[in-house]
Ligand binder design. Structure first.
Ligand SMILES: NC(=O)c1ccc[n+]([C@@H]2O[C@H](COP(=O)([O-])OP(=O)(O)OC[C@H]3O[C@@H](n4cnc5c(N)ncnc54)[C@H](OP(=O)(O)O)[C@@H]3O)[C@@H](O)[C@H]2O)c1
Length: 310
């Protein structure tokens, strides 16, 4: 297939493009910076400079690539695009990402329609943002938590937009768990090394993780099978912060994380951090395994953290 990857240079794009190429697909991948065209070519794809927030730029890039499938992996989370990570003010940190998930998705869908492309796969999120009521593990039938009244609310609304419009257009949305793997370890481990990442309250918040290579392999399957609907792309072992955080610290050779009560964490780190670490709910991967025939190389974060930080 001819596959158009919007956002081919991010942590996932850098693992996804080579997997697509290895499967014999012809890939066009985008970056916003001509300086990264060489990186895209090294990954085995044709590079195109595109601004996902500019309808004309998206329309021209998609028309020129004439793809059979379009994959949306555009976010603006890195320091280059969003400045310093700021969990407490997630609405500000994610403002660009939220636009890419709303306006950017709409531009891609319009370009897809103009080019007659119905095979669409977009990035969603299903890590700790399951509804904080009902079952401990969430399926694709469960909506994500709207996080009403918190700085994550606009981000959750943007994710809902992706799910609504992409599924309506006949495509698939992959709710990836929390990414780890090549290029994604430092952002995770640095605050743990600085002891800025404590266990909050009971530490009973549940999170689903996913290694980037497993996220990429699920994405390849979704493209090849023209998947439709929402799929949770997470590992087999949703875990409490009580379990994964001290283990990650140990694998990184860092000191044990501190413990901080909720009343102290809330003003210091914000409502979203408290949810992630003390209240979150994870996701089930049964549908992706059953319907896509997906097999994980890293079924548990225990194996993955250890091998990435060895
Ligand atoms: N599920 C998860 O846990 C999850 C999901 C996504 C990201 N993250 C984390 O977020 C951090 C940063 O992620 P990242 O390295 O992938 O970087 P990123 O800054 O989020 O960029 C991702 C991709 O989107 C592209 N992009 C950014 N702005 C764009 C725009 N206006 N138009 C079109 N494309 C645009 C980037 O292109 P260029 O930079 O080449 O211009 C890049 O290809 C990492 O720590 C990662 O693990 C986590």
């Amino acid at each position: 297939m001819r596959v158009f990857v919007a956002g081919g240079t991010g942590v996932l794009g850098r693992r996804l493009v080579p997997q697509l190429v290895a499967r014999g697909h012809q890939v066009t991948a985008t970056t916003t910076s001509s300086a990264k065209a060489g990186l895209v070519e090294q990954l085995g794809a044709e590079a195109v400079v595109m601004d996902g927030l500019d309808a004309a730029s998206v329309g021209a890039a998609v028309a020129k690539a004439a793809p059979d499938a379009i994959v949306h992996q555009m976010t603006a989370i890195s320091a280059t695009h969003a400045g310093k990570a700021d969990m407490k003010h997630m609405d500000r940190w994610f403002a660009g990402t939220n636009r890419l998930r709303t306006e950017g998705t709409d531009h891609l869908l319009a370009a897809a329609e103009a080019a007659g492309v119905t095979n669409l796969v977009a990035q969603g999120y299903g890590a700790w943002n399951g509804l904080r009521s009902g079952a401990l593990l969430k399926t694709e039938q469960d909506p994500i938590d709207p996080m009403t009244g918190t700085p994550a609310e606009p981000g959750m609304a943007a994710l809902r937009h992706v799910e609504d419009v992409v599924v309506k257009a006949g495509g698939a949305v992959l709710r990836y768990g929390w990414f780890y793997g090549p290029g994604a370890m430092e952002d995770l481990v640095e605050p743990i090394r600085k002891r800025q990442f404590p266990v909050v309250g009971s530490g009973a918040g549940v999170c689903s993780w996913i290694h980037l290579d497993d996220a990429a392999s699920a994405t390849v399957l979704a493209v090849e099978q023209k998947a439709k609907g929402v799929f949770n792309i997470v590992d087999d072992e949703p875990a409490e912060a009580n379990d994964w955080l001290p283990y990650l610290a140990e694998c990184a050779g860092a000191k044990k994380p501190m413990r901080v009560p909720v009343w102290l964490a809330r003003p210091l780190a914000g409502a979203v951090a408290v949810t992630v670490l003390a209240e979150g709910r994870g996701f089930s991967n049964a549908k992706a395994k059953r319907e896509l025939g997906w097999e994980l190389r890293y079924p548990s974060w225990r194996l993955g953290f250890k091998s990435e930080l060895a």
